[in-house]
Design a protein around this ligand. Structure first.
Ligand SMILES: *[C@@H]1O[C@H](CO)[C@@H](O)[C@H](O)[C@H]1NC(C)=O
Ligand SMILES: *[C@@H]1O[C@H](CO)[C@@H](O)[C@H](O)[C@H]1NC(C)=O
Ligand SMILES: *[C@@H]1O[C@H](CO)[C@@H](O)[C@H](O)[C@H]1NC(C)=O
Ligand SMILES: *[C@@H]1O[C@H](CO)[C@@H](O)[C@H](O)[C@H]1NC(C)=O
Ligand SMILES: *[C@@H]1O[C@H](CO)[C@@H](O)[C@H](O)[C@H]1NC(C)=O
Length: 366
């Protein structure tokens, strides 16, 4: 009696093993050969804005649709705050997607199957950050929901659901919530735990997208904001010093972001994320430009006065017409008082894709 009985469980085990290995292979196959490439939905600020602000009622402070913006790659101004392409453009390229147009551009729905870009220069996680001049995150989420509705109408419900859950959602947000405290006259009191509110608002947006079906998210932490030329110029006590208060806030933000992401991963089933260490990357390049093929880590290519920290690039802003422009942007870390050159964005995107944050993996598997 004992012998036949013992044979049964092992036979069952073999069957279970066969079943598991089959379904395992099936999964792998599904992962490497999705019917459609993962779409890319882009949210945030000027690091990712490819021209949405060209279409809103704002001021030249939050626009870059004039020369010399775009001079290197596009040869005409697109609205990008750089001499050329942005991190989000390079990520799209790596993912073998086309450059995604601004959501607000006429006809942008032709690329909704591949994704959309909702980012707006000057935007923060808080609605009150540069309120009235930017497309805030709440509105960016609303615009994403419009895309979702459009896709649902064009595809079947299950196909659009699949597209949204296989898509990658990337965010660059927070910088302006802190910058706005230093560059406007409003003596906004920085409430204690201001960073918790900022990251909390970002979390709200991420959870909304998760509820809709999004599972794969990419984030950047913040750099030492006080070392941006536009803020460095505000440190009157030292020749080369950064504005310490601004960097300190960014640091608090980064700690909070890191912790919240771990927490969300624990709490939300299937939530997958990559976090790129923008801070380390920028810091390295500011301090050791020559290691990265650059000549100048602190002074911007375009702007005026110390570090070219006066945000006058292009001569169309309230600070006046005068500005200087360097010969070769690809030798600089900073393009203008607050933004980086295409060269740096390209280097960073390559790190994001292949480095420890491994954005590549977000596009491969569910
Ligand atoms: C744009 O904003 C300005 C200043 O806030 C306002 O005076 C103007 O009426 C607005 N234009 C439109 C078309 O909303
Ligand atoms: C900020 O305050 C300074 C000094 O009080 C003033 O000269 C400047 O015009 C103000 N700027 C804005 C944008 O209100
Ligand atoms: C952002 O945070 C503030 C303060 O906690 C809150 O009043 C507001 O509703 C939040 N907005 C979003 C979109 O979560
Ligand atoms: C200015 O820079 C110096 C040198 O790095 C630093 O010690 C000082 O705290 C900075 N001042 C402010 C206001 O951030
Ligand atoms: C960036 O990283 C450096 C080195 O680890 C750290 O000292 C600094 O506080 C960080 N800055 C921010 C904004 O996190």
């Amino acid at each position: 009696m004992a012998k036949p009985l013992s044979a049964h469980p092992s036979f069952t085990l073999v069957l279970i093993f066969l079943y598991l290995s089959c379904s395992f292979h099936f999964h792998i196959g599904e992962c490497h050969k999705p019917k459609r490439k993962a779409a890319l939905f882009i949210f945030g600020d000027s690091l990712f804005d490819v021209g949405n602000n060209n279409y809103i009622n704002t001021t030249t402070l939050d626009q870059a649709n004039f020369w010399p913006y775009g001079e290197t790659y596009f040869k005409f101004p697109t609205g990008r705050f750089s001499d050329g392409r942005l991190i989000s453009d390079f990520i799209a390229e790596y993912a073998k997607l086309p450059l995604l147009p601004p959501f607000l551009q006429l006809g942008s729905q032709h690329s909704y199957y591949k994704g959309a870009n909702f980012a707006s220069a000057g935007a923060g996680a808080l609605v009150q950050t540069f309120e009235g001049s930017v497309i805030n995150m709440k509105t960016q989420l609303k615009n994403f929901k419009k895309v979702k509705t459009w896709l649902k109408k064009k595809l079947s419900k299950s196909k659009s659901q699949k597209l949204l859950s296989n898509a990658v959602y990337i965010f660059s947000i927070g910088t302006n919530d802190y910058l706005s405290l230093f560059v406007t006259n409003s003596s906004v009191q920085v409430s204690p735990q201001y960073e918790k509110m900022v990251v909390g608002n970002l979390t709200t947006i991420v959870k909304e997208i998760y509820k809709i079906g999004g599972r794969k998210f990419g984030f950047l932490n913040l750099g030492d904001l006080g070392c941006l030329p536009g803020l460095r110029i505000l440190n009157s006590s030292s020749k080369n010093g950064c504005l310490e208060k601004a960097s300190a806030l960014a640091k608090l933000h980064n700690v909070e972001l890191y912790n919240i992401l771990l927490k969300m991963k624990k709490q939300m089933k299937g939530f997958k994320y990559s976090l790129y260490d923008f801070n380390s990357s920028l810091r390295e390049r500011i301090n050791h430009p020559s290691k990265y093929g650059l000549k100048e880590g602190k002074i911007a290519c375009c702007g005026r006065e110390k570090f070219r920290g006066i945000h006058s690039c292009g001569g169309k802003r309230p600070v006046g017409h005068e500005f200087e422009l360097c010969q070769n942007p690809s030798m600089h870390v900073f393009w203008d008082s607050y933004h980086l050159t295409e060269t740096i964005y390209q280097q960073m995107a390559a790190e994001m894709w292949n480095g420890p944050s491994n954005f590549k993996s977000l596009f491969q598997c569910l």
